[in-house]
Design a protein around this ligand. Structure first.
Ligand SMILES: Nc1ncnc2c1ncn2[C@@H]1O[C@H](COP(=O)(O)OP(=O)(O)O)[C@@H](O)[C@H]1O
Ligand SMILES: [Mg+2]
Length: 245
């Protein structure tokens, strides 16, 4: 069974009169690296939020990690890592980066248990993997946008999710940091964890087969397998020079 299996789904936001996603089907298997592209407002973020049950699926069938998303959203969210787009921590948020990474363990721990040795180990591993040892003791709200993105990536790695979803996670990072983190995701994929990444810049993609999904107006207009260096051209062909479909 595919780890993500969407069949003919429609999703609508609270109070929205029109469905944002229309008749969308998608299958993702273990060990796939999925790049989601398409113009602004195409529905890319809404697709990720449909997968983890954050928006209402009004029609169709959605199964993630073998769970029915329409009934078991909270359990799906415990199993799926999700780095959201354009988040921002208030400068006075009273947590250090290390504490924010530890919060990635709370789904396993429950809020009232003390972290165990294995939780501290997972947090330390995530911090070194992402290369943020020097930020760990700093207050999250005092970090730059790019540093906060790295902390949230480490938070989701510490979660040891079965699926990793990232929504434009590199928007504030330079090429070197992007390339470094892409290598981290490549290794996750090689360990069997599927990665779904919404992206705008396609340089520095890992040299592994890419499952490319292009969206426009709430639908998938292109769903194929290709090489990293073909991604940009396919999206340009599908969407035109301006990146508009
Ligand atoms: N919370 C919301 N409530 C109502 N409509 C929304 C909400 N978020 C997004 N939309 C609408 O859904 C459509 C798809 O948005 P989104 O998924 O954010 O696109 P993308 O991530 O591709 O830029 C847009 O038309 C947007 O205006
Ligand atoms: Mg978006």
């Amino acid at each position: 069974m595919s780890i993500i299996d969407l069949e003919g789904i429609y999703t609508a936001y609270e109070g929205g009169s029109e469905p944002v996603i229309r008749d969308l089907s998608l299958m993702v298997d273990r060990g796939e690296y999925v790049v989601v592209g398409g113009p602004n407002s195409a529905g890319k973020t809404t697709l990720l939020e449909s997968i983890n049950g954050l928006v209402k699926i009004t029609h169709g069938r959605a199964s993630v990690c073998g769970l029915d998303v329409r009934r078991l959203g909270p359990e799906v969210r415990r199993r799926v890592g999700y780095v959201i787009q354009n988040f921002y921590f208030d400068p006075f948020t009273p947590f250090t980066a290390r504490e924010v990474v530890m919060m990635g363990r709370f789904g396993r721990l429950g809020l009232l248990s003390r972290p165990k040795e294995s939780d501290y180990d997972a947090v330390q591993r995530a911090i070194s993997l992402v290369g943020i040892e020097d930020l760990a003791h700093k207050t999250i709200g005092t970090l730059s946008g790019g540093q906060q993105q790295k902390v949230m990536i480490a938070h989701n790695i510490a979660k040891e999710s079965e699926v990793m979803m990232l929504d434009e996670p590199f928007s504030n990072l330079d090429f070197q940091a992007r390339e470094f983190l892409q290598d981290v995701f490549k290794r996750m994929v090689q360990q069997g964890i599927p990665v779904l990444m919404v992206a705008h810049a396609f340089d520095g993609l890992p040299d592994i087969p890419i499952h490319l999904v292009v969206m426009n107006r709430g639908r998938i207009i292109c769903d194929l397998s290709c090489q990293a260096e073909e991604v940009e051209e396919i999206i340009r062909d599908e969407c035109g020079v301006e990146g508009r479909c």
